[in-house]
Design a protein around this ligand. Structure first.
Ligand code: AG3
Length: 283
């Protein structure tokens, strides 16, 4: 029997294939095509509309970096908003922080949440059942435009800017995020792999630079997102948050029980050091 392969269709001249050792689910929700399979290198792999979203083996890198960097830089974040993130991996990392009083997750596709509760417990744990969790099934843009709540951290854990994710890369959305942040709050965004998605990062950063006193990106290498390191957008009016001394980050980390496997205070600081080809896209 010949093996079946999943082929990612995100980039036009680059196609990655992952072997489907066992197909666990395939189907269509109201918003997108979902596939979940087992792969020898990555464990369970979730792809939406042909694009790998998260895998059991490498999800810790993405979720730790996009959650712990802004939360530990802020130092006392109570109200957190996650846009997207229906797999629950980001929610789980956010809830590890003692300061967090409430984590609101706004997901457009409820089926991703139901599905993750059933198949991706190794990624979401019991995050959906935490008493601080507030799940809202809604359009992320409409939610941030209309909420009265102010958030200390907003994490955009989105798909790429194709299909339902497209609206989450617009000036309209980023402006609404800025409005919904508390004073000194931080917006972080999933901003693609700049080597192959440079225009996306340039576009987001040109908007964030106009909205925030401090806008840049930080990076992490996530093996399942091919093409090099991934960039995360960073926008805040408190420029000090990006230049905290190592000792401050270390003390904050020591006070938490994050059990992190990727995040360290030194990795946090280093993630803001941008290679020239990325720095060029950001200014
Ligand atoms: N969503 C980000 C997927 C990005 C894929 N893009 C890429 N390979 N360039 C992750 C959702 C995890 N909670």
């Amino acid at each position: 029997m010949t093996a079946e392969w999943f082929e990612e269709t995100l980039h036009s001249g680059l196609r990655t294939r992952l072997r489907i050792d066992k197909l666990l689910y395939e189907g269509k929700s109201k918003h997108q095509h979902l596939i979940l399979f087992e792969n020898s290198e990555f464990g369970r792999v979730l792809a939406l509309n042909g694009v790998v979203q998260t895998t059991e083996r490498d999800e810790f890198i993405y979720h730790e970096m996009l959650a712990h960097v802004p939360l530990l830089a802020h130092g006392s974040a109570r109200e957190i908003l996650i846009i997207g993130g229906g797999d629950g991996g980001m929610l789980e990392e956010v809830l590890k922080h003692k300061s967090v009083a409430r984590a609101t997750l706004v997901e457009i596709d409820s089926s991703v949440i139901d599905f993750s509760k059933e198949y991706l417990r190794s990624i979401c744990g019991s995050a959906f059942e935490d008493r601080r969790t507030n799940i809202v099934i809604a359009d992320g843009v409409e939610y941030v435009e209309t909420t009265d709540q102010r958030y200390d951290i907003i994490i955009v854990d989105s798909t790429d800017p194709i299909g339902p994710g497209e609206a989450l890369f617009t000036e309209r959305f980023y402006t609404a995020c800025k409005r919904s942040l508390s004073q000194g709050g931080v917006l972080v965004t999933q901003n693609g792999v700049p080597f192959v998605q440079g225009d996306e990062l340039r576009n987001s950063l040109s908007i964030l630079t106009g909205l925030f006193a401090d806008a840049t990106c930080f990076t992490a290498t996530v093996p399942g997102y091919v093409g090099g390191c991934m960039a995360f957008g960073w926008g805040t009016d408190n420029a000090d948050l990006r230049t905290l001394p190592l000792a401050v980050l270390e003390a904050r980390l020591a006070a938490e029980h994050l059990d992190a496997r990727c995040y360290t205070a030194a990795v946090h600081q280093a993630s803001f050091a941008l290679p020239g080809y990325i720095a060029e896209l950001v200014r």
